[in-house]
Write a protein that binds this ligand. Structure first.
Ligand SMILES: Nc1ncnc2c1ncn2[C@@H]1O[C@H](COP(=O)(O)OP(=O)(O)OP(=O)(O)O)[C@@H](O)[C@H]1O
Ligand SMILES: [Mg+2]
Length: 293
């Protein structure tokens, strides 16, 4: 079973046909969909036919109940703590008439995920892989929870992947401190911006090569340019995977879908190149759809 640990959210998309009418009503479209990087990953894993579990925290409210029902409907085993006072996490996505997006992120219960929420015994007994969303590493309580999950998995010989998730937040804590938080992970899955902040270079080959000094497997997501990876510290083994042709509708969630494709395929033992290709396929599928899933 592939365990995913981290954020779960309701995404609210506000689409405006034109400019807002100030101080009165504007007609538009509001879509409420399940989201959160780690939860998106868990859902894609399940859709790929692998056993999937999600560990996170929601509020004790109807949004949290709805997200739990949705995970179950998607075939994901939910380990959801209910925060008694903070509500369920939510993201507001303002989509302008030209398709540009501005996001307001309100993490709520995600910020109080804690060590006690980690199902350590089940990870030892059931996990074939543990995936950590970097968003869990930027605040004290969820960081302790993520670290506990990483340590338990590593001791049990279970591979761990980390998606750094946010170059802005990495800048906030510092690259070196962030890399130290990932200690023990065997796979790192950054996008280009995160790779730049983590290594101080903007050359994809250099990014992959530098990260491979710390992580046995690196897969760098390059948006419409596909992906680049290495599965040992030797740069001569760099593997590049061509992007899959797609019509870009909404890039939100492409990284989570890539991660799921990559991890599921890598666990099948078909090798790095095939895992990168599968990641690209899933990423391309995600950008062709509205919403993160
Ligand atoms: N326009 C595109 N055409 C084809 N494939 C794409 C496109 N955009 C993204 N992908 C695929 O999805 C993967 C992940 O996309 P990206 O590099 O944007 O990740 P990300 O920035 O982490 O995404 P997210 O915003 O979801 O966190 C890419 O490596 C690529 O395989
Ligand atoms: Mg990402």
């Amino acid at each position: 079973m592939i365990f995913s640990i981290g954020d779960i959210m309701i995404d609210a998309y506000f689409s405006l046909p034109g400019p807002l009418n100030p101080r009165t009503d504007t007609r538009g479209c509001i879509e409420l969909v399940p989201g959160g990087s780690a939860a998106n990953f868990a859902v894609w894993v399940s859709r790929l036919g692998a056993q999937s579990a999600f560990v996170g925290r929601v509020g004790d409210d109807f949004l949290g109940s709805g997200l739990k029902d949705d995970l179950v409907k998607e075939g994901v085993k939910p380990y959801l703590a209910r925060d008694p006072s903070l509500g369920t996490g939510r993201v507001g996505v303002l989509v302008s008439e030209t398709g540009e997006r501005d996001m307001v992120c309100d993490r709520r219960a995600n910020a109080t995920l804690c060590e006690a929420d980690i199902p350590c015994d089940d990870i030892v007994a059931l996990a074939s892989w543990v995936h950590i969303s970097g968003y869990a590493l930027f605040e004290a309580a969820p960081r302790a929870a993520a670290r506990r999950a990483i340590d338990v998995a590593v001791r049990a010989g279970v591979p761990v992947s980390v998606d750094p998730s946010s170059y802005g937040f990495i800048r906030g804590v510092g690259a070196e401190a962030f890399l130290e938080m990932c200690r023990g992970a065997s796979v790192i899955l950054p996008n280009l911006d995160e790779g730049i902040v983590l290594t101080g270079t903007d050359d994809p080959e250099q990014i992959v090569s530098r990260l491979s000094n710390r992580f046995p497997v690196v897969a760098l997501k390059l948006g419409a340019r596909g992906s680049l990876g290495v599965a040992s510290a030797r740069t001569s083994n760099l593997v590049s995977a061509e992007p899959v042709d797609t019509i870009q509708v909404d890039t939100n969630g492409a990284g989570d879908a890539f991660n799921a494709g990559f991890v599921v395929e890598y666990l099948r033992g078909t090798g790095l190149a095939q895992a990168l290709r599968r990641g690209n396929e899933l990423g391309a599928l995600a950008v062709s759809r509205r919403g993160a899933r």
